[in-house]
Design a protein around this ligand. Structure first.
Ligand code: NAP
Length: 293
């Protein structure tokens, strides 16, 4: 079997068109969705993520403003900036680019974001609502994985989804989303981690296997049953002297060998990555729609 390649970039482009329409309708009602982004310092990876978010917002018609604070800014100043964005009705979504520098508490900053404007959906109130199945913004990467599955014709409903990774931003919320008794979810979910015994025996039971481990090519072909759908969330830099930048990006699964056996697989890059950004835009548009009534 040769796997179908699930191109997140194409699905994200479809969603972008849908969001443009929704933004147009909001603007007709006098509401321009606004996204406020706080960036502390100039870490190159963070700068590139923030730039991608600003570009995506501009393409959809969302007003975006990035507040770049210096790397040595006191924590108090970060909190004040978040507070200012929370209070400003121009912004329907507020996010702080992670990771933060050591002297600024990530927990404190996330807790400071107004839950209504929390478009990353990391605030404990939203995490709790997600687990309880109450309406709330959904965290972007796991929500992107769900959309990717549904829109490519591999609905997780009734399927056994094995997720490798239990982080607060990917593994755990993805399990919470897919186990809900809801359309596009209702899956049987197994979560694996470094404490899991005999990982391959579990991954081989998956109808849908999600790799979110942060470990290059950790999922090998022998860990995948014929006909499985493999979603690779991992983004890892590996040295490559032939590449212009001296490195290339690989996922957490061994794409080349797994594609010979899986029913479908996402590439890295161009798979889950573009979905994360577009789901952030969706959360911002939804927050504006809530305000518009
Ligand atoms: P993380 O916080 O480092 O968590 C990794 C998880 O994988 C942990 O739960 C860890 O288990 C588990 N794990 C690691 N190696 C394992 C192994 N050999 N066997 C079984 N479990 C293993 O990472 P993350 O933030 O969730 O991110 C995961 C990957 O996704 C990274 O490559 C990251 O760059 C990428 N990512 C991509 C996007 C995107 O938009 N495409 C967004 C977010 C993250 P323990 O809990 O036992 O340590």
């Amino acid at each position: 079997m040769i796997a179908k390649i699930i191109r997140g970039s194409e699905i994200a482009a479809q969603i972008q068109e849908e969001l443009k329409e929704r933004v147009k309708k909001l603007k007709e009602r006098g509401v321009t969705p606004g996204l406020g982004v706080v960036l502390v310092g100039q870490d190159p990876a963070s700068v590139s993520y923030v730039t991608a978010k600003a570009k995506a917002a501009a393409e959809i018609g969302i007003y975006e403003e990035t507040i770049n604070l210096p790397a040595d800014v006191p924590e108090e100043e970060v909190l004040k900036t978040v507070d200012r964005l929370n209070r400003d009705p121009k912004f329907h979504g507020v996010l702080v680019q992670l990771p933060l520098l050591k002297h600024v508490s990530t927990e404190k900053v996330i807790n400071y974001i107004s839950p209504e404007k929390d478009v990353d959906a990391f605030h404990p109130v939203n995490v709790g609502k997600l687990l309880r199945g109450e309406p709330c913004p959904l965290p972007c990467t796991p929500h992107g994985v769900q959309e990717l599955l549904i829109r490519s014709g591999y609905s997780p409903e009734g399927k056994h989804v094995v997720i490798c990774g239990r982080s607060n931003i990917v593994g755990k919320p993805l399990a919470a989303i897919l186990m809900q008794k809801k359309k596009g979810a209702n899956a049987t979910v197994t979560i694996c981690h470094t404490g899991t015994k005999d990982l391959p025996s579990i991954t081989r039971q998956a109808d849908i296997l999600v790799a979110a481990m942060g470990s290059p090519k950790a999922i090998t072909a022998d860990m995948v049953r014929e006909g499985t759908v493999v979603i690779d969330v991992g983004v890892n830099r590996v040295e490559d002297p032939t590449a212009a930048r001296g490195f290339r990006l690989v996922g957490d699964s061994d794409f080349e060998t797994i594609k010979e056996k899986a029913a479908a697989i996402t590439p890295v890059p161009g798979g889950v990555g573009p979905m994360t950004v577009i789901m952030l835009m969706m959360n911002t548009v939804e927050a504006a729609e809530r305000v518009a009534g």
